[in-house]
Ligand binder design. Structure first.
Ligand SMILES: [Zn+2]
Length: 250
């Protein structure tokens, strides 16, 4: 590895499904890649039980989605994509194995920042599980990412956030990356849906601002990594007990 890259930011992004990262933070990913960050994306499930209007087998769907994820990663500038190939259902994911793999990966990569799904606010059970496993793996690895552990939003909107990233310069890449998930956007317009949200984020970011800080934005919540902060978070947010979303969603 060239010396100039050795000092670059190492970024780890862990998602439940092949298109979560693109939908939730594709603009920020492209921004980070352009800033020379080295990005590793982990996709925990094979996405085989996704929206499937083609009557493909689960195996075929998983194969197609892997190719789609690789194409989208190239659009965004992601260095490598690791597929854990777990079954596409929260209750079938081998949580101890995923945690072991993530812990080893974090210890090896020593990322400066880590991103994942939100373990409470996301309405999709597999997303919540992955969010929890990433946090526990960070703690278990003994490595504290210097820039932090961050949650991005997909199936659950944040009512407040700790960080906003304007993505005007990378929103085109985000749209192209989502469009690479052809098997999914064939029936559900994820790109349009999330761009509406990203537009809203930018326009309504700050009630005191005289003008928006940008045209499109993605927001993130910081995930506490110290045990006292985590217990405080659980006490304040409680168990929201939301019903699992339909399984066939990104
Ligand atoms: Zn998903």
């Amino acid at each position: 590895m060239p010396a100039s890259r050795a000092i670059s930011q190492q970024i780890l992004i862990v998602s439940a499904h092949p298109d979560d990262m693109e939908i939730g933070m594709g603009g920020t990913v492209a921004k980070l890649a352009e800033s020379k960050a080295i990005i590793t994306s982990v996709v925990v499930t094979d996405g085989g039980r996704a929206s499937n209007p083609f009557a493909w087998t689960e195996k075929r769907m998983a194969e197609v989605r892997r190719e789609e994820a690789l194409r989208a990663a190239r659009v965004l500038g992601v260095e490598q994509v690791l597929f854990f190939d777990e079954p596409d259902a929260a209750d079938e994911i081998n949580a101890p194995l995923v945690k072991q793999k993530l812990t080893e990966l974090i210890a090896r990569l020593r990322p400066t920042e880590v991103y994942t799904l939100h373990e409470q606010l996301d309405r999709h059970p597999a997303h919540r599980l992955v969010g929890r496993l990433v946090r526990e793996s960070c703690v278990g690895s003994g490595h504290r990412p210097s820039v932090g552990l961050w949650a991005y939003e997909v199936w659950g909107l944040f009512t407040s956030w700790d960080r906003i990233e304007y993505i005007d310069a990378s929103v085109a890449k985000k749209s192209l990356a989502i469009a690479e998930h052809r098997s999914q956007v064939a029936t559900i317009p994820y790109g349009e849906g999330v761009l509406g949200l990203n537009r809203w984020r930018a326009v309504f970011a700050d009630p005191k601002a005289s003008a928006p800080g940008g045209v499109y934005a993605e927001v993130f919540l910081r995930v506490p990594l110290s045990s006292s902060l985590i217990s405080a978070l659980h006490r304040s947010r409680g168990n929201r007990g939301e019903q699992p979303n339909r399984r066939r969603r990104p």
